[in-house]
Design a protein. Sequence first.
Length: 536
Amino acid sequence: MSTKVSTIGVHCPAIRHHPVALDAFIDSRRVADGERISADVCIIGAGAAGITIARELIGLNASVVLLESGGIEFDARAQELGRAEIDGRRIDDDLSGRMRRFGGATHLWGGHCVPLQAGDFEKREGIPYSGWPFDYESIVPYYRRAHRLLRIGEFDYDAQRIARALGLALFPFDPTVACSTVSRYHAMRFGPEFAQVLNDAPNLRVMLYANVTSIHLRPASSAVDHVLVHTLAGNSLRVAARTFVLAAGGIDNARILLASNRDRPRGLGNQNDLVGRFFQGHIWYRASRIVPAANHRFLRAYVDRFPYEESAVVGFHVALPERLCIARGLPMYRTEFAAGSFLIDAGNQVQRAFAGKERLDARSIGMLAAHPLATANRLLCRAEPTSDYYHLDNYPEHLPNPDSRILLSERRDELGQPRSKIRWRISAQDKRGLIEAQHILAGEVGHSGYGRMRIEIPEHEEHLLEGAHSGYHHIGTTRMHDDTRQGVVDRNARVHDVANLYVAGSSVFPTGGWPNPTLTIVALSMRLADHLKNLL
C-alpha cells in the first residue's frame, strides 16, 4: 500500500504562524479547484474521535488523510457553518457546544472523565431501546488505553478507596440506596497536544478548512467512492479512499449522512429512518437543595477537586446505584453539588426587585437585616458569605427517544448546505425518573443524619423540566445495533448498508448513562482503529 497521500503538498502552501512547525498541514482553501486526492483511509473530523483514530493509524503501511472543517486557531466564519436551527424546545444554544477547529470540542472540554457502568450496556426492563451489542468487559481494555492517552492515572473508580487515600470523608449512605462516585479531570486539548505527532507522521496528512458536504457511492455499488469537499474560498475537491470514517460530532454526523442523498434519496444509512433519531444529552437540571446539619465535614469532597495521579485531579459526586435503577426501571442518575447561600440569594432577589424584574420579597429584606455584618462585607466585596446549603446539579441519563432527533433544515449555510435542525425532546418518563431519584436521595439524606433535602421540581410546565439543557453532550444520532431495523451502525461502527463507511464518536452510543462521554469516545475510537488495522 502507498504511504503517499497526495502530491498536493508540493504546490499547496503549508499552515504558518503556529508554535510548532506544522509544515505538512494543508490549507484546503489553497488547493487547486477540482483536485482529486487519494488515500487508504479518510477520516472526517479532527476532534477527540478523529484525532484518536488518526494517531492509532500512524506508522502503518497505509495512507491516511484527516479532514478538518476549521483551522488551527478559532475562525468565526468557519464556526458559523455549524449554526443550527432549533425546532421548539431550546437545547444549549444554536452552536450547541461544537467547535469547528483542529481539536474540535476538546477546546471547550472541562476534562471530565468517567466510564460508563456495566449496567449501561444491558437491555433494561422498562427502558425502551436500551442495550449495547457488546458488554462492559469488552470495552474495559480500551478504557485502560484511553487512560494512558489522556494521562489520568490508573483505571480505578473506587470512590471509597480514593477518598481514604486523600483523607476525605464521604456521605455515610446505605450503598444499596445511594452511593458516592469519583471522576477524573484533565482538560487535554487534542489540537495542541497531538498536532506535531500527526504532522510528522509519514503516512498521514491533515487538511484544514475542508468541509465535507456529501458522501458519494461508487456507481452501482454499496461502497463509498469519495467525499466532496468545499471551502469558504470557493474551491472544491474530492477525496477518494478505500475506507472512510465519519467523526464530525453527534449533530454533524447525522447531518452529513442525511445530506448525502444523491445516491440514496433518504441519505446514507437511513433506509429505516433512523439517522438523526434518538438524540440524547445528559439532562442538566438544577433542582432541589440539601440543607446540612451543623457538621459540614462530608461536603468538602463534593465541592472541591483534588490532585491525584499523573495529570489528573479527582472530584466526587452522588449517584443512585446502577442495580437500583435497573430494578426500578429508572434512568441512571448522578448529581453534582454547588454551594449556595441564603444571604446571597436574598441580595440577588433585592437587586432584581430594584431593577423592576420581580416584586420585592419581605423575606429577603429580613435575611439581609438579620446579618448586617455579612451583608456589608458582601456589598463591599470583602468576603463571600459561608455556604449554608447545596444545590443539586442533576445529570441523569436522557432516555433514548425516537422523537428527539436531528433533521435537515430548509435554511442553508454559506456553502449552500442545509443546516441541522435540532429537535431535542424530554419525555414524561425522563421527568418521572428524575423526580423518583430525588425522592430516593432525599430519604437517604435524612436517614444518614446529614441534614434535609428540599425537592424543587414544578409539577406543571410548558416544557418538561423547563430550563434543562443537554450538558453539550450529543449522543445517539447514529446508534449502534446489530439489527438494521434498530441501528444505523453495527457493533464495529460500520454503517449497515455501506460497505466501507464507519462512524466514530458518541453518536453511536445506544444509551448514554450518566457519565460524561469523552472517555468512552476515546475508548471506542481506539476499538474502531483496531478493527480498521485488521482490514488494511
